[in-house]
Design a protein. Structure first.
Length: 207
C-alpha cells in the first residue's frame, strides 16, 4: 500500500514539474520589443480645401511596446503619440491643428493605439485589430500590415523588427470635424505607420 502511495506521489510531482516546464517554455516564447522613436512615424493624409489637394502630416514623437509569441501567434501592440509634435511642414497649419478647432492638444495631448488582437495568416502577421483613442474618443481601428520583418540589428546586436501598416478612418468619428461639409468634402483620412522596434534584453509576458 505504501509503495502504491509513493508511486502516485512521484507521478503527481512529475506531472507538476512537466506543467511548470511547459509554462516556463510558453513564457520564454514571448518576446517584448520597445519602439525606436527615432525610426517610428505615424503619418496621415487628408483632403485640403475642396479636395483640390491632399496634405500629409506626421507625428514626430511616439513611443510604445509590442509583444510577440510566434508559436502561439499572439501578441500585443501599444503606441502613444504626442499630439503636440504634429507636423505638416507648415508652421501655421501646425499651430491651427493643435488648437481647439481641430485636435485641441492642450486638452487632449496624446493619442493612443492599443491592440485587441493580432491577425496571422499562416506564419505571417497580416493585421492588427485594436482601439484608437484620439481627441478623447475611442473607436476600433483595424491596421492592415503591409510588411512585417525581423532581422539581427547590425549595430545593437539584437533583433529588430520593422513594419509598415495602414488604415482608413473618418476623423469625424473622433469629433474632429473642422471644415467637413464646407471647405472639405469629407473626413476620410489615410493613416500610415512606419515602425521599428528593438527586442528587449529579457522577454516579457504578453498582454
Amino acid at each position: 500500500m505504501m509503495n502504491i502511495q509513493i508511486a502516485r506521489t512521484v507521478r503527481s510531482l512529475a506531472a507538476a514539474a512537466a506543467l511548470a516546464c511547459a509554462a516556463g517554455s510558453a513564457h520564454a516564447a514571448v518576446d517584448t520589443y520597445t519602439i525606436d522613436s527615432s525610426h517610428t512615424y505615424p503619418s496621415f493624409t487628408a483632403a485640403h480645401i475642396g479636395g483640390i489637394s491632399f496634405w500629409r502630416g506626421k507625428i514626430d514623437k511616439s513611443s510604445g511596446t509590442f509583444t510577440l509569441d510566434r508559436a502561439a501567434k499572439t501578441g500585443s501592440v501599444e503606441i502613444l503619440m504626442d499630439m503636440s509634435s504634429i507636423n505638416f511642414g507648415h508652421d501655421k497649419m501646425n499651430e491651427h491643428a493643435r488648437g481647439s478647432d481641430i485636435f485641441d492638444v492642450p486638452k487632449f495631448p496624446t493619442a493612443t493605439y492599443k491592440s485587441t488582437k493580432l491577425v496571422f495568416v499562416g506564419d505571417e502577421l497580416k493585421a492588427v485589430e485594436g482601439d484608437l483613442t484620439l481627441h478623447g474618443v475611442t473607436k476600433p481601428v483595424r491596421l492592415t500590415v503591409n510588411q512585417f520583418k525581423c532581422i539581427p540589428h547590425p549595430f545593437y546586436k539584437r533583433e529588430v523588427c520593422g513594419a509598415d501598416a495602414s488604415a482608413e478612418l473618418d476623423r469625424t468619428d473622433f469629433g474632429v470635424s473642422y471644415g467637413v461639409g464646407k471647405a472639405i468634402p469629407d473626413g476620410k483620412v489615410t493613416l500610415q505607420i512606419q515602425v521599428e522596434a528593438l527586442k528587449d534584453e529579457k522577454a516579457g509576458p504578453a498582454g
